[in-house]
Design a protein around this ligand. Structure first.
Ligand SMILES: C[S@@+](CC[C@H](N)C(=O)[O-])C[C@H]1O[C@@H](n2cnc3c(N)ncnc32)[C@H](O)[C@@H]1O
Length: 254
């Protein structure tokens, strides 16, 4: 029997999480995770900030019967659509709504991302993906989420996390007017393009992010710079592929 075709959210919902061809963007991300992050068809995958299921839909065609997927997000319409449309067809794909504050996506919560504990046991995933999530979060929130990713990944498990990273090259491209955003408002390592809505698009100093991954017990295995900085690239945001360093327990990586 043919496996079911994964559904696609209504256009109005899909475009709230990024533009482009919904299926193609998801499929390309999954291909990059396979090529550079060691994602396998039998993996247990965690999708943090799963939105309206762009990566889940692509994984429906990729994961095999021993693979499984968990996604969570703070934006109710996205999670509700995924629960209603994907899980009944693909029961190994599950979605949860998290009650966590984000000024842009869920300003009603009193729970800070810097204090949120992911609702999964330790060492329970082979791969985690955070696509276009840390590009909307503040430093203390990013630090805690990276610690949580470390806790729920098994030792040796991989992740893909996207960023807008500032380094010498980006600063030159920004100065030359070639980058998509200038990120002109800096607060330490945190940079935003909008004082009215600081979490709309967030960039970090690359040196800070590299140090943070090392501190939290990750080895960066591959980086791909995105075309947002005005270079030719197959990706838009900057991508960091990393592996939970075997031998680091979560408390040590604190
Ligand atoms: C640009 S969208 C990307 C969605 C999805 N990752 C994708 O690639 O289609 C950013 C997502 O991050 C989610 N988000 C923001 N802050 C979050 C947090 N603290 N915890 C979980 N998700 C969060 C938003 O609700 C939104 O769905």
């Amino acid at each position: 029997m043919q496996p079911p075709r994964a559904p696609q959210p209504p256009h109005d919902l899909a475009i709230q999480f990024g533009g482009g061809d919904f299926r193609k963007v998801g499929k390309d991300l999954v291909s990059l995770c396979v090529a550079h992050g060691g994602l396998r068809p039998d993996a247990a995958v965690l999708d943090v900030g799963c939105g309206a299921g762009r990566i889940a839909v692509a994984l429906c065609d990729y994961l095999d019967a021993s693979g499984r997927y968990e996604g969570f997000d703070i934006y109710p319409p996205g999670v509700e659509w995924c629960q209603r449309a994907i899980t009944p067809l693909f029961p190994r794909f599950r979605f949860q709504l998290a009650d966590v504050y984000n000024r842009l996506y869920y300003p009603l919560s009193s729970v800070r991302a810097s204090e949120f504990v992911f609702p999964y046991p330790d060492d329970s995933f082979d791969f985690a993906v955070l696509n276009s999530v840390f590009t909307h979060m503040r430093p203390a929130d990013v630090e805690n989420y990276l610690k949580q990713v470390h806790r729920v990944l098994r030792p040796g498990g991989g992740c893909l996390i996207t960023f807008f990273l500032l380094n010498e090259q980006t600063r030159e491209r920004i100065a030359a007017g070639a980058a998509k955003w200038r990120f002109e408002h800096a607060f330490g390592v945190f940079h935003t393009h909008s004082l009215e809505d600081p979490e709309e698009v967030v960039a970090y100093d690359e040196a800070f992010i590299r140090k943070l991954f090392a501190q939290k017990g990750f080895d960066i295995s591959r980086q791909i710079y995105g075309n947002w900085r005005g270079i030719r690239s197959g990706t838009h945001q900057d991508m960091v592929f990393a592996v939970r360093r075997p031998g680091t327990s979560s408390p040590e990586a604190g």
